[in-house]
Design a protein around this ligand. Structure first.
Ligand code: NAD
Length: 334
């Protein structure tokens, strides 16, 4: 049986990526929607044949518990709302997929993990790159030491937000939890951790200059950070909201790799010291949702679990602390 997914929050990512992906999935389908915007309902119902009984708003959300057609609730709201709606979904007895960043504090992530455990449902984070061939190859190159031990890594994920209105929720710390680090820099944190297959032991960080104060009133415009791994292996990372970059690279004893773009939805490309990387372009959100739903059906642990989302939020909290204090912050991650 295909599991029924309900998308919560019908913004850009739901509309342009997840709903189209759910037309190609084999283990799940778009069964329902939750939206606070009544004008979106008919458009989505017509396009995806969603019956009235599977349409909810934020007031009726908790009634999901009485709807056996919905197996999984996928939270695609502004970051500060992830915790509340993931916990309410768990209490309704539904498996949860939550977008990145899992929440805006580690304490919220803990509460989400506990709620899912208490209600016997699974919790996965929308980490699509775990299902994407170029990034999976980087995991192999680093973790299996294909070119020997990793010596250093670089990651940069930057997206120019000054093309948007200064009023977007991503620039409002209450809703976003932070600037480019929370939104796109998180992919660098992920990329470095899955290159190593280990967690960093310490971090240093620096905020960049604010060049556009009309946009960056309460979130950083750019940030650089350095993740240290056991044995002194270092990763240099950057994320900015006023430039464009998209890179994950590594150098090992006997070779190197450079994937760019590494995090964009389309057009992944890269090379290694042995030549061009040549992998198929996939619809990674479809593979991601199928992968998560297969693990649910087979009663296996998710490969992108809440614990991984919590780890990344802890690392990002330490990066902000390091940037604020100028100190090296040790990390104790299990
Ligand atoms: P968006 O602004 O396009 O959509 C947000 C949705 O939330 C809208 O439908 C909006 O109506 C709704 N909403 C409810 N309450 C709101 C409030 N108080 N303020 C603003 N909007 C409110 O954003 P998006 O790009 O779709 O991002 C949604 C989530 O998905 C974010 O957590 C983001 O990090 C994540 N995301 C992930 C990826 C990925 O590749 N995994 C890509 C894009 C976005």
């Amino acid at each position: 049986k295909k599991l029924g997914i309900a998308l919560v929050g019908l913004g850009k990512y739901s509309k342009e990526q997840l709903a189209p992906a759910l037309q190609e999935t084999k283990d799940c389908y778009l069964a329902g929607i939750v939206t606070g915007t009544p004008s979106k309902v008919k458009e989505w119902q017509d396009e995806y044949s969603i019956p009235d009984k599977n349409v909810y708003n934020y007031e009726t959300f908790d009634q999901l518990k009485d709807n056996p057609a919905i197996d999984v609730v996928y939270i695609v709201l502004p970051n500060s709302m992830h915790a509340e709606y993931s916990i309410r979904a768990a209490k309704a007895g539904k498996h949860v997929i939550c977008e990145k960043p899992m929440a805006i504090t580690a304490a919220d992530c803990q509460r989400m993990i506990e709620a899912c455990k208490e209600n016997n449902v699974t919790l996965s984070i929308g980490y699509r790159l775990y299902f994407e061939p170029y990034n999976k190859r980087v995991m192999e190159l680093g973790q299996q030491e294909v070119f020997g031990k990793v010596k250093s890594m670089k990651a940069d994920n930057s997206q120019d937000m000054t093309k948007e209105s200064p009023d977007v929720w991503r620039l409002d710390k209450k809703l976003s939890g932070g600037g480019p680090l929370m939104d796109v820099g998180i992919y660098c944190v992920q990329g470095i951790c899955y290159t190593m297959g280990k967690n960093p032991v310490a971090v240093t960080a620096q905020f960049g200059k604010v060049t556009n104060p009309a946009y960056f009133k309460n979130v950083e415009e750019s940030i650089s950070w350095q993740l240290e791994f056991p044995g002194g292996v270092m990763a240099n990372c950057t994320s900015s909201y006023s430039t464009e970059a998209n890179l994950l690279s590594g150098e090992a004893e006997n070779g190197w790799w450079r994937v760019s773009p590494a995090y964009a939805y389309d057009g992944k490309d890269g090379e290694t010291s042995e030549g061009k990387m040549d992998y198929p372009q996939v619809f990674e959100q479809a593979l991601q949702m199928d992968g998560i739903c297969q693990s649910i059906k087979q009663n296996k642990p998710s490969i992108v679990p809440g614990e991984m989302g919590l780890r990344d939020v802890k690392i990002m909290e330490a990066i902000y602390e390091a940037a604020r204090t100028g100190k090296k912050i040790p990390l104790q991650l299990s």
